[in-house]
Design a protein around this ligand. Structure first.
Ligand SMILES: Cc1ncc(COP(=O)(O)O)c(C=O)c1O
Length: 356
């Protein structure tokens, strides 16, 4: 058989979860709750659904490869130029495009561990080296990450908030990092959970973009906007960076339904506000239950919580048998998405039984 390059063979594949219906059939359970992928439990905005319905009849046409209307709308909302924006098939694709645009085999990219696994996978698939710096107190250790930058470093990834820990880096920490970084490093600031953050100390990445620095800010419609299934996200960076990425981007990467739904979603401030409220309410409930159960958890700025627990695989499987799907994270943690009130309650009841 034809062999891929050594650096591709070395990649550990991302293992997708089974469809929920299949899992229920195998385990003989019903009405399971899925709290495994940090999706918005509220669902999409009705305005997004209406926009989607309105565009279905035109599916024979290719999408607008330039994303004209969506970029125009984002440009007005964010106060950036349209040519400072790029759309992606999820923000995940933009990670991939950025890596393929700026890294060559042998280059290095600095990232945190644990953080979003796609960074390391994308970097390795390019034959470049992922330099993984352990979190400190569950947060990106930006000082150590800056220390790890060498002549070979071309990219530095920050998930802010971080997945899986839900923690943020502050303005001060981020400003210090930007002061320390040499010009040959592109900082990718992944803000997939940006709209959920309530902490006033949250780092302002846009400020550094406006100051002309090499930063690529990634946001998505998959999380608070509730459109994960459609795959649409966007990136903000200076025009020269976007131009280079556009050379690598597949011409019709952002599909027409996704573009239409995203436009509808941006019109629905109420949905955003409600989703944030449901999340805050869920966080308060879960924190108080964890405290009364004596469970160690990391306070979150996103829509998921990192729980430190022994035998996490066994806990995950026991929860699964009770119809609650969470995500094991290494041997000593699970990550649970904040669900609707009744879903959170189901999870706590199941967890109570499991730890007994
Ligand atoms: C930190 C982070 N970045 C990016 C993504 C990918 O999101 P998208 O659906 O926009 O590809 C996720 C999804 O879980 C995430 O947690």
């Amino acid at each position: 058989m034809i062999r891929p390059p050594e650096y591709v063979s070395a990649i550990k594949p991302y293992v997708p979860g089974k469809p929920i219906e299949e899992l229920e059939r195998e385990l003989g359970i019903k009405n399971s709750v899925k709290l495994a992928s940090n999706e918005n439990p509220v669902g999409p905005s009705q305005k997004a659904i209406n926009a989607l319905k309105g565009s279905i009849e035109s599916l024979n046409r290719y999408p607008d490869g330039g994303g004209y209307y969506l970029k125009k709308k984002l440009s007005g909302m964010l106060d950036v130029d349209e040519d400072e924006l790029i759309l992606g098939n999820g923000s995940n694709e933009l990670i991939d495009i950025a890596v393929r645009t700026f890294l060559t085999p042998g280059d290095e990219a600095v990232m945190a561990k644990p953080s979003f696994v796609v960074y390391a996978m994308a970097v390795m698939a390019q034959g470049a080296k992922a330099i993984e710096i352990p979190l400190k107190d569950f947060r990106h250790d930006l000082e150590s990450m800056a220390d790890a930058v060498t002549e070979k470093t071309r990219m530095l990834f920050i998930a802010n908030p971080n997945n899986p820990t839900g923690t943020i880096n502050t303005k001060e920490e981020f400003d210090r990092l930007m002061q320390r970084l040499p010009d040959h490093v592109l900082v990718v600031v992944d803000e997939a959970y940006y709209e959920y953050v309530t902490n006033p100390e949250y780092a302002d990445s846009v400020k550094h973009f406006r100051a002309g620095r090499d930063v690529l800010i990634l946001r998505t419609f998959s999380k608070i906007y509730g459109l994960a299934g459609l795959r649409i996200g966007y990136g903000i960076a200076k025009k020269d960076i976007i131009n280079e990425m556009n050379k690598i981007r597949e011409p019709f990467n952002a599909n027409s339904l996704a573009q239409a739904a995203a436009l509808g979603a941006l019109d629905d401030r109420e949905h955003l506000k409600y989703s944030r409220e449901i999340n805050e309410q869920g966080k308060r409930y879960l924190y108080s239950e964890f405290k009364s159960l004596g469970i160690e958890f990391v306070p979150t700025e996103a829509n998921f919580i990192y729980i430190v627990i022994n035998d996490s695989q066994a806990v995950y499987e026991a929860l699964l048998r009770q119809g609650v799907i969470v995500r094991p994270m290494g041997p000593q943690a699970i990550r649970v998405t904040v669900g609707l009130p009744e879903e959170n309650k189901r999870f706590i009841e199941a967890l109570r039984t499991v730890i007994k």
